[in-house]
Ligand binder design. Structure first.
Ligand SMILES: Nc1ncnc2c1ncn2[C@@H]1O[C@H](COP(=O)(O)OP(=O)(O)OP(=O)(O)O)[C@@H](O)[C@H]1O
Length: 252
């Protein structure tokens, strides 16, 4: 379980998070929605321990994510996470299989090379890519295939918790649907806890068990995805219907 209590984070005068409370139960898929610049990425980085909150607490199974006394402890902590970055974030100079096996070839999760490659091939198969793709370079793949490779990399070390940062950015609606379905299937199959940030309402509907809307530095609304459409919250309604008119100011 991931638990955030009263999380505050400011950058100078810019008070981005102003007391975020949120619980992500183990094995659940939480999707965070909210307008551009509301602090979704900052929130994700706080959970990963990459940004230190000014106040409040973030715990993973009761353990404070910001407190690791040694590098080895930090390594062991990060080994529990998988992450699909916006745009795939693959290393251009590495072959596809090396990208997938990246974390299996160094640090706390290091395996012999042949075993790392075997796992990479298995994960590639899981995301619908055959062995002929393994020795190509990312630039030789389409955007949708690169996203699959990023997904294979995120699950390579069988993480307990997976983060998805804008998983469908740059994909056409059909490929977005394929990636959303694949993410949902894999999260369910692995029993992983998932945290996704997205603007894409089709991702929300495909991936989420629960949804939380971040606005004004706070969680405005959170609930099961099945209750999202019926909520009377005007901020949520404006966001899910993509209306220019409403309580969320839009620059025209
Ligand atoms: N390292 C930083 N230093 C200063 N300001 C930052 C830093 N990181 C984020 N910010 C600011 O925090 C605010 C929230 O940014 P964040 O990237 O979390 O928004 P977001 O909700 O993820 O937006 P988008 O949906 O457009 O990606 C922005 O005003 C941004 O300028």
């Amino acid at each position: 379980m991931i638990e955030l209590r009263g999380v505050h984070k400011a950058f100078g005068a810019n008070r981005v998070l102003q007391g975020v409370d949120l619980v992500i139960p183990r094995g659940q898929s939480m999707v965070i929605i909210g307008g551009s610049g509301t602090g979704k990425s900052v929130l994700l980085k706080c959970v990963l321990g990459l940004v230190r909150p000014d106040a409040g607490s973030i715990t993973l199974d009761g353990q404070d994510v910001t407190r690791h006394d040694s590098g080895a402890e930090r390594d062991a902590f990060l080994a529990r996470f998988g992450m699909l970055f916006q745009g795939g974030a693959l290393f251009d100079s590495m072959r596809v299989w090396e990208n997938v096996a990246f974390r299996l070839m160094r640090g706390a999760l290091k395996r012999p090379k042949a075993e790392a490659r075997e796992i990479a091939l298995e994960k590639l198969r899981r995301v619908g890519l055959g062995p002929q793709v393994a020795d190509l370079y990312p630039a030789e793949l389409s955007g949708g295939m690169q996203k699959r490779v990023g997904l294979a990399r995120a699950i390579a070390a069988n993480p307990e918790i997976i983060f998805f940062d804008e998983p469908t950015t740059g994909l056409d609606p059909i490929m977005s649907g394929v990636i959303n379905d694949l993410i949902r299937e894999i999260v369910v199959e692995m029993g992983a806890t998932a945290m996704t940030i997205t603007h894409d309402m089709s991702s929300v509907r495909a991936i989420a068990d629960r949804v939380a809307m971040l606005h004004g530095g706070l969680i405005r609304w959170t609930g099961p995805v099945s209750e999202m459409d019926a909520t009377p919250d005007l901020y949520v309604q404006q966001f899910i219907h993509g209306r220019a008119e409403g309580p969320i100011p839009s620059v025209r």
